[in-house]
Ligand binder design. Structure first.
Ligand SMILES: Cc1ncc(COP(=O)(O)O)c(C=O)c1O
Length: 301
């Protein structure tokens, strides 16, 4: 069967296998690619993107934080995303945007050119493991990159060596996800997920400043506030996770993913009552059943 997948690359749709860069490119050899991943869901009027406005804003912020320049306007990129989704007949899955310095650079660390731009539409069938069951998580020895070393609010490929180390350590210890502390010893985030805990009916998550401003983290907080779950952003210690009533992680792929085992502790309930409520409302939102959050789903036309 022929591969009909198309990639939007610098203004045109090209075959999937042609979407390549040179090994000497700055993006490949220095890890400078900026990226975003957001979910696409089916709706009666065609595929819709989940909070793509926030993802687009984060992409522009990533470029700003790292002193890079995108070649497109927001509007041009939004149109290109819709075109890519249509060309790939994507109804449910993910859009991945990768903006990168494709320029070959052997010695030049700071190219003075705009970023190349690529857009991928990936079906939901890609293997993320079984996300219907609670996961296990542990604290890993690797610390989240310090915000004075790199602007952690940016989403850049090079940062993910830190994430890879954390995830691998978790796997080696028999856990699904590894949670990193920051360099001051407070809970930061997972490799690619935000961390939440519930204690005495209050939802808590670490504050911004030392973690990626995750869109699903923001969405969980927004939902909690609308449905009346008290929610705070505050510094959390590893010990707090040991005594939490509920724990979950959050990312684009699974907005509320209960942790059933944390270190050597088996949680009494996973999902617990608040996580369960958040799962129900976010499931309704993505299915277009909750009028209060309708604007979170943007038609991809
Ligand atoms: C470091 C990090 N934290 C958190 C997240 C979750 O972010 P989002 O909810 O925007 O997917 C990601 C997603 O890739 C991530 O890479």
């Amino acid at each position: 069967m022929s591969d009909e997948r198309k990639v939007w690359f610098n203004g045109e749709l090209i075959p999937w296998e042609k979407a390549t860069v040179h090994i000497f490119s700055h993006a490949f050899s220095r890890g400078s690619a900026l990226f975003e991943v957001f979910a696409v869901f089916p709706s009666p009027g065609g595929p819709v993107a989940f909070r793509s406005d926030l993802h687009m804003r984060r992409l522009w912020n990533s470029a700003k934080f790292l002193g890079m320049e995108l070649a497109q306007t927001r509007e041009e990129l939004e149109k290109a995303v819709a075109k890519t989704v249509q060309a790939n007949r994507l109804n449910q899955g993910y859009v991945k945007i990768v903006a990168f310095w494709g320029i070959e650079s052997f010695a030049n660390l700071v190219p003075d050119v705009k970023l190349d731009m690529s857009i991928f539409a990936v079906p939901a069938t890609v293997d993320y493991g079984d996300v219907s069951k609670p996961i296990s998580a542990c604290i890993v020895k690797w610390r989240k990159i310090h915000p004075e070393s790199m602007p952690v609010e940016a989403k850049a490929a090079g940062y993910y060596i830190n994430a890879m180390l954390a995830r691998r350590e978790a796997y080696q210890r028999g856990f699904n996800q590894g949670i990193m502390l920051d360099t001051q010893g407070f809970v930061a985030e997972g490799s690619v997920e935000a961390v939440f805990m519930v204690k005495d009916g209050v939802l808590m998550t670490p504050p911004l400043g030392r973690i990626l401003p995750s869109v699903s983290r923001q969405s969980v907080l927004d939902v909690a506030r609308v449905i009346g779950i008290p929610a705070v952003e505050k510094a959390i210690k590893a010990e707090d996770l040991m005594t939490a009533d509920e724990l979950f992680t959050s990312c684009t792929v699974v907005r509320v993913l209960p942790i059933g085992r944390f270190e050597n502790r088996t949680m009494e309930k996973a999902p617990g009552p608040i996580s369960r409520q958040l799962i129900k409302v976010t499931d309704d939102i993505i299915a277009g059943r909750d009028e209060r959050f309708k604007e979170w789903l943007k038609p991809l036309l």
